[in-house]
Design a protein. Structure first.
Lengths: 140, 186
């Protein structure tokens, strides 16, 4: 390593500049108003080939999906789920005994739009519809 | 013939790194996306005189634990990222903001931040290529990076906290294990 300081400076520029840019872009996209809510009923739908279930739970504030379905599982013994932790976060593996195989995953939709965050980060407002659909992974 | 010679201190260091690294990913967790393997990988690059072990140790930690806990095709990117991380420790060994231990720790925390940023950029690039979660376009790539930002914060926090812990631990281990005649200036 002939000039480690120069290498360090180059690495700093290469790594910090794009991350800085991503932070700026994400700040511009996050200008959503915070909803003022009272307790409303949120709906959780579970769909697979053999399953089409609906559950509901009262939600009084904006929460992440994991907290909402954890509360549902505690209050309603007909709903259960399992997760697995990966290096990029938690993924749902099983809902009500239906396990996603290697070529499948439980896709998350919030109000009919596919979620772009994991269950620990994706927030839902009271009154929203959370939908889990067992989906084939397309690796083309 | 492959040179795999080590002194006694480095042998003990390998056992300590493998034990802590494997246990931290299997039996106990520090929190979501908070991990110590980055600090261990940087320490491996920094301390081992036989640099082959700088790559062997992190690779063993990540491959053994991934086989135990499972992973997806993204493993190609996570494993390769942890093969690059020791290089940051090697750079820190050559560059230092000063000769005091505190200056060395600061330098190591800085390279730790850089290695975490590299991991974030490389593995989320891999998510776009190996899954159908994002369009395989520049916009899809940017979206994957934006969505991964909440995972980056705890990872950076863990790196900043664990680097001083790991390095002070190694310095203490060295103090009690290395004969004065064998002491090296790190």
């Amino acid at each position: 390593m002939k000039n480690p300081l120069k290498l360090l400076v180059i690495l700093t520029a290469i790594l910090i500049l794009p991350v800085g840019g991503i932070l700026i872009v994400s700040q511009n996209l996050n200008n959503k108003p915070i909803a003022e809510v009272t307790q409303l009923k949120s709906t959780i739908v579970v769909e697979s080939l053999d399953t089409n279930l609906n559950f509901s739970i009262f939600q009084s504030s904006t929460q992440n999906v994991l907290d909402v379905i954890t509360k549902l599982a505690e209050e309603n013994n007909t709903f259960s789920f399992e997760t697995k932790e990966y290096s990029f976060g938690k993924l749902i593996t099983t809902i009500n005994g239906v396990e996603a195989k290697d070529t499948e995953f439980w896709a998350l939709y919030i109000n009919s739009e596919m979620a772009q965050l994991g269950i620990s980060e994706q927030t839902v407002n009271p009154g929203d519809t959370i939908k889990f659909i067992l989906t084939q992974i397309n690796l083309n | 013939m492959t040179n795999l010679k080590l002194n006694k201190f480095e042998t003990k260091l390998i056992v300590a790194f493998l034990t802590v690294g494997i246990l931290s990913r299997t039996l106990f967790h520090f929190g979501e996306n908070v991990e110590i393997v980055t600090a261990i990988s940087i320490a491996a690059g920094y301390f081992f005189t036989n640099k082959r072990f700088s790559w062997i140790v992190p690779f063993l930690i990540i491959s053994i634990t991934d086989i135990l806990i499972g992973n997806t095709m993204i493993f190609l990117y996570t494993w390769s990222a942890f093969l690059v991380t020791p290089m940051f420790g090697m750079i820190a060994q050559k560059v230092s903001l000063g000769s005091k231990t505190s200056s060395k720790i600061l330098t190591l925390q800085f390279v730790g931040i850089l290695s975490t940023l590299f991991f974030y950029l490389w593995t989320n690039f891999g998510v776009v290529l190996t899954t159908d979660m994002y369009a395989k376009t520049f916009e899809g790539l940017v979206q994957s990076y934006i969505n991964a930002l909440p995972f980056l914060r705890p990872q950076l926090t863990g790196t900043i906290i664990f680097i001083p812990i790991v390095f002070l631990g190694v310095f203490a281990l060295k103090k009690f294990n290395v004969h004065p005649a064998e002491k090296r200036q790190y």
